[in-house]
Design a protein around this ligand. Structure first.
Ligand SMILES: *[C@@H]1O[C@H](CO)[C@@H](O)[C@H](O)[C@H]1NC(C)=O
Ligand SMILES: *[C@@H]1O[C@H](CO)[C@@H](O)[C@H](O)[C@H]1NC(C)=O
Ligand SMILES: *[C@@H]1O[C@H](CO)[C@@H](O)[C@H](O)[C@H]1NC(C)=O
Ligand SMILES: *[C@@H]1O[C@H](CO)[C@@H](O)[C@H](O)[C@H]1NC(C)=O
Length: 909
């Protein structure tokens, strides 16, 4: 127990230190318990006193356990409740074992939870409460006792992946997954093979979800309702809704530029397959078997995997031949029932291509022509189609006792043989067209008939609400237009390259970001010199809400505007030049500064150049992070191709690191270097971990790191996007990169993994520590290569201080910090890729170092109400009260763990 304060200042510090140490001890105790409950095998080598050295365990620099990764280890046993006491835990992975028993609570600082394929019997109902850092959840294939998707999941605002297939979920899909919900970045929602029921919530409209898997519900009623919401989920790449009870038509898919895989088989879908689906260039796989789809069988383009059960038993197509049109009568009937949502009952009976030969429900023929249409008492909603007027031999049209809305189409009055129109007992309104005298028109039970407007709006009558929705619709149209423009460009590159993925697990593809230099420029030595270094990509920053930042992130900008803001691309506005073209500074009317990258036009716009351009847009559109340079817009005009970025006023890091003298600027202080390193690590970590795709930068170096006025750094330079063969995390590729920063295995074999970037990052750290260039020809032969020299010097303990950049003021604290970073740099530049850490490790090492100087913005006082005038016991009491209230907020940063985070947890007592 902490003793009462003698003098509050010293005691408080003493108390904090004590609490941190105590937390560390506690982590060790918890791991000792874990070791027993999972029967940790000898191969784990969980023996020494320092758990941070244990295999599969990772700690941060204050020796707190941040990651436990024990997946695929044939483990049996259970997990102890004490795991919750690992209050710094961020990653917990134990997938594909045979662990059983209830799954325990974990720390609110959790970011990644990967526990699929085990035998866990339950998960606490409020497990997700307050987990605001949680990004990835994979809990599939566990025999949990039945549970519902908890409302508290909406606390996980950082969520990008939620995969809970075969997890015994019951109830309905909650309505917080959509655009207006808490998840701005949700890209994967996988709920297949559960016991869910009810509809796809309308709130999914406009969501960012790319992979939606809700197939195979085992509940009696399964998921039902229509698929209408899919129309507005235009980020979709993959939608699997098969093996459910969905009804109604497949919605229009014309905006789904990224849609690759569609499985809707085994539902009760009706209606005509929208031509927009078959027309999607990105489509690779589609399965529509075992529905009641109508009309002409869709013809998909060559290369699309289509279920080949085109026989009528499997759907209700009018013919067996894809693309062959239906008879005019069939087409007329289908268009007549379209506004009724293609009623299931009719679809079930409407077989073949001749309504008169096959006794279609609701249709009576005479002499091969339709004489009566009788849809009475069918529970129909929707409106009466003017297409009914195309049945020129029709004598009776009977639509009574339904829930029809809207008006009676004028066209019906033109039917020459009509004797009876019965629309009684519906919700129709408006003027009744003037039928011939001898037509019997039955209108009873339509209270609003004859009135201009319906007094009550009935469900299903979209038209009645249209005026109030106009604003929304206009908004949607604008957004769709933007997305379309960008999407079409994206398709140039993405089209057809996305691979089909396995059923239950998630797609994982690798995207590489090579560069604009043609093959001839692919290999370069460090330039180090240019004003803005090597502007492969340029930049600009002003954190504004400029008009250039639409919701989808990008806008087409006209060449005239760009000419204007860059003073017609004048010499004075040039920020930098490179093999790709020139970067200009520009200023918008509102004062926002931008950087405009104008590609070298080779006269002709060749297809390759165009596709590189569009793929840079594609990547920049997908990749959004505060440590990555943001694309604000682009322009495609004749042979002109321009990209508009945020403006980074302080230019490239290379300028500050090696060229500062020539530039007439001050060298960077150590803490600034540290914070830049952390920014870069975070940006690259994001690239490497981005949802389903892994982006590899390939050309990290100081000239591609740009600084804002606050000296916060952003990584720039993204080029071609390439997708790796399915399931591969490394692959060969055309070499691109820069000597000095290129990992040896990549230079030698072209084998590309994320560890290539980690290596380059290590080199950058070395440059920051030493102030030396990656390659320095002015030095003696054996010292030219920074990495080789650095490794040598790192080994000799005494010589270490001599390698530090002379401009850095070194005191004891700084020296310790530099030493830690030097070790990290060495680790990152390990010879073998598997010896190098992940980028997230670098973030974990750097962030506490940065925060030693720069406490997080929300400091201790704000979070825990510590008043330095308070005595320590008072402070402790408050923390305990805080904890008791269950609102302990684990901050995402390690700093707050060191300085205050853990003090608020139970560890301290
Ligand atoms: C969907 O199923 C539920 C039962 O889970 C039922 O109450 C509801 O009426 C069904 N809705 C539709 C549109 O079939
Ligand atoms: C359609 O789905 C069925 C069952 O899910 C599967 O057997 C078939 O191969 C699929 N068709 C295509 C083209 O993938
Ligand atoms: C049916 O329609 C055809 C024209 O499509 C017409 O020649 C024929 O007379 C019609 N039959 C009857 C009984 O009205
Ligand atoms: C209805 O009246 C029109 C003239 O207005 C006539 O041509 C038509 O034959 C009549 N129809 C019937 C079924 O009596």
């Amino acid at each position: 127990m902490v003793k009462p304060a003698l003098g509050f200042g010293g005691s408080l510090i003493y108390g904090l230190v004590f609490l941190v140490i105590s937390a560390t001890c506690q982590d060790a105790e918890v791991l000792a318990i874990l070791k027993t409950t999972i029967n940790a095998p000898v191969s784990f080598q969980w023996t020494g006193p320092d758990v941070c050295k244990w295999k599969h365990v990772e700690c941060d620099s204050s020796k707190r356990v941040v990651a436990i990764q024990i997946g695929n280890q044939n483990l049996q046993g259970s997990l102890p409740n004490e795991l919750e006491k690992l209050t710094a835990l961020e990653h917990f992975e134990c997938q594909s074992n045979t662990l059983s028993g209830p799954f325990p609570y974990l720390s609110k600082s959790l970011q990644k939870l990967i526990i699929h394929d085990n035998k866990f019997s339950s998960i606490p109902n409020d497990f997700f409460k307050g987990m605001s850092n949680l990004q990835e959840v994979r809990i599939d294939d566990n025999p949990f006792s039945q549970w519902r998707i908890p409302q508290t999941l909406s606390d996980c605002v950082a969520l990008h992946t939620f995969s809970a297939q075969s997890a015994n979920l019951v109830g309905t899909i909650p309505d917080f997954f959509g655009k207006n919900g808490p998840f701005a970045g949700l890209v994967l929602l996988a709920l297949s093979d559960n016991f869910l029921e009810g509809p796809l919530p309308a709130s999914l409209s406009g969501s960012s979800i790319e992979n939606l898997l809700v197939n195979g519900q085992n509940s009696v009623s399964k998921l039902n309702g229509t698929l209408a919401v899919l129309r507005d989920m235009i980020s979709l790449r993959m939608v699997w809704a098969n093996d459910n009870s969905f009804t109604g038509p497949i919605p229009d898919m014309s905006h789904h530029d990224q849609l690759v895989s569609v499985n809707l088989r085994d539902n009760q879908l009706t209606g005509v397959v929208p031509p927009s689906l078959a027309a999607l260039p990105s489509l690779k796989f589609v399965n529509l078997t075992n529905n009641l789809l109508q009309g002409s069988p869709p013809r998909f383009k060559f290369g699309v995997g289509v279920d080949n059960n085109m026989d009528r038993g499997r759907n209700q197509y009018c013919t067996n031949v894809p693309g062959q049109p239906c008879s005019p009568l069939v087409n007329a009937l289908l268009s007549a029932v379209e506004p009724l949502g293609y009623p299931l009952r009719l679809a079930q009976s409407w077989q073949g291509n001749d309504p008169c030969a096959n006794k279609w429900a609701g249709i009576i023929c005479s002499g091969g022509n339709i004489s009566v249409i009788n849809f009475q008492n069918m529970d129909l909603s929707g409106t009466i189609s003017p297409s009914f007027a195309s049945f020129t031999f029709m004598k009776k049209l009977l639509l009574s006792n339904n829930a029809l809305t809207g008006t009676i189409p004028r066209e019906l009055a033109t039917l020459p043989l009509l004797q009876e129109l019965d629309v009684s007992n519906n919700h129709l309104y408006g003027k009744v067209p003037s039928f011939r005298k001898n037509v019997s028109v039955k209108l009873d039970g339509n209270p609003d008939i004859g009135k201009d407007k319906p007094t009550v709006s009935h469900s299903g009558s979209d038209k009645d609400n249209s005026s109030s929705n106009t604003g929304v619709i206009v908004g949607i149209i604008v957004i769709v237009a933007i997305v379309l423009v960008v999407g079409v460009l994206i398709l140039f590159k993405f089209g057809g390259k996305w691979k089909h993925v396995r059923k239950t697990k998630n797609p994982s593809a690798i995207v590489v970001l090579p560069h604009h230099h043609g093959d001839g420029h692919a290999m370069k030595t460090t330039s180090g010199g240019g004003y803005y270094g090597d502007w492969t990509t340029s930049t600009l920053l002003s954190p504004t809400t400029s008009v250039y930042q639409g919701e989808s992130g990008n806008l087409l900008i006209s060449i005239q505007v760009l000419r204007e803001v860059t003073n017609n691309f004048s010499e004075e506005n040039i920020l930098g030049k490179g093999g790709f073209g020139t970067v200009y500074k520009g200023e918008l009317h509102d004062g926002t500064k931008i950087a405009v990258k104008r590609m070298q036009s080779a006269g002709l716009v060749d297809e390759k150049g165009l596709s590189e351009f569009t793929s840079e847009i594609a990547v920049l559109t997908k990749v959004r992070h505060r440590n990555l340079v943001a694309l604000l817009g682009f322009c495609l005009d004749g042979s002109e191709r321009l990209l508009v970025y945020e403006y980074m006023p302080q230019g490239a890091l290379s300028k500050h690191l090696v060229n500062w003298k020539a530039e007439g600027i001050k060298p960077l202080e150590w803490k600034t270097r540290l914070s830049i390193a952390l920014d870069v690590a975070r940006g690259v970590e994001y690239l490497h971990g981005l949802a389903q795709q892994i982006f590899i930068h390939r050309d990290l170096k100081p000239s591609n790191i740009l600084l804002g006025d606050d000296m916060r750094a952003k990584v720039s330079d993204f080029g071609l996007v390439r997708l790796a063969p399915e399931g591969k995390t490394s692959f060969q590729t055309r070499l691109a990169g820069t000597f000095g920063y290129m990992a040896p295995e990549y230079a030698a074999t072209g084998r590309l993994t994320t560890k290539v970037d980690v290596y380059s990052f290590g080199v950058i750290l070395m440059e920051m520590i030493t102030g030396r260039k990656a390659l320095d020809d002015s030095l003696p032969e054996e010292n030219i290569h920074l990495v080789t020299w650095f490794r040598k010097m790192l080994q000799k303990k005494d010589s270490f201080p001599t390698i530090i950049d002379q401009t850095i003021e070194v005191d004891e604290e700084t020296l310790a910090s530099i030493r830690t970073v030097a070790e990290l740099a060495g680790h990152c530049c390990a010879r073998e890729p598997y010896q190098r850490p992940d980028m997230s490790h670098a973030v974990n090492v750097l962030s506490p170092l940065v925060k030693v100087w720069k406490p997080s913005e929300t400091n201790a006082d704000d979070i825990y109400g510590i008043d330095l005038d308070m005595t320590l016991p008072e402070a402790l009491k408050r923390w305990q009260a805080f904890e008791g209230s269950g609102t302990t907020q684990a901050s995402s940063s390690h700093s707050s763990k060191n300085l205050n985070g853990n003090t608020a947890s139970s560890d301290g007592r």
